[in-house]
Structures are given as C-alpha cells and as structure tokens.
Design a binder for this molecule. Sequence first.
Ligand code: MG
Length: 165
Amino acid sequence: MDIRIGNGYDVHALAEGLPLWLGGIQIESPIGCIAHSDGDVAIHALCDALLGALALGDIGKHFPDTSDEFAGIDSKILLARVMELINAEGWHVINADITIAMQRPKLAPYIIPMRECLSEIMEISPARVSVKATTTEKLGFVGRSEGCEVYAVVLLGREDDLIFG
Ligand code: MG
C-alpha cells in the first residue's frame, strides 16, 4: 500500500458572544471564533492536513474567504468536499490525530462527539480519529483566550494497484 502523511495548522481569534464550533460540534462557551466560515478551526486544520498529504494546496486555495459562497458555511461541508478530492484519487484515511490548544472552556465532554462526527464524515471508525485538548498553562495568546490553535496530522493509504497518476 502507498501511504502519505499530512499535517495541518490553524488559528482563529476568539471573541465574546460568538458561537464556538470545534470538530463539527457546537461547544457551550461564552467565547467563539471570529471567522468567515463557522470558524471550526479544528476542521480547518484537519482539511489542511488532508490536502497537505496529497500536495493539493490548502483550505484557503479551495475555499477562499473572499468568496460569498463560503460565508458562514458549516465547516463539515468543507471537510466532506476535501474527502471527495481524496477519495477521487483512490485514497482513504488510515488515521487522524488532532490537538486543540485552548485555555477555556473545558473540552473534555466534547471529545467523543467530535471523534464520532469527524469519523463519520471521513468514513472510518472513531477509533482511528484522535482528538486531544490542551491548555497552554495560561501562556501566550492561547493562554490569554485571545485565540484557539489546532494541529492535525493524518495518514492516507491507497492500494498499490490503483494507479491514477
Ligand atoms: Mg481557519
């Protein structure tokens, strides 16, 4: 089997009174991401990891934040579109690992729902989708709750006999 690794990174600024979406799940929170889309920074990092694995550019290239088409868009739709690109070339996700750095609110109650949501869109078992949350011990912009930062790594696989160029 041919395999490819990809990594993704994204940051969004946080502000009071905005909805907070992470990993496809709405989180109960007094602060949310400032964004052109729904601001799901975890899905954005995951999309960049998937695109990066196949050297297909980045999320900004595929879904420009200057386009009205993507204003307020549910990031789950962006992930589904990225998966179409991946699948069209015969690739599937072997596993994904996502780390969300956020000082507050506590994300522990949402980890399993996020894993279930993302794995459903990527059509793999939740056991293959890791979501982890960390604070930065009140250090830096994450620690001051000025922003939310996400790192994602994915591994893709394709059977050797599938030659699409
Ligand atoms: Mg983003």
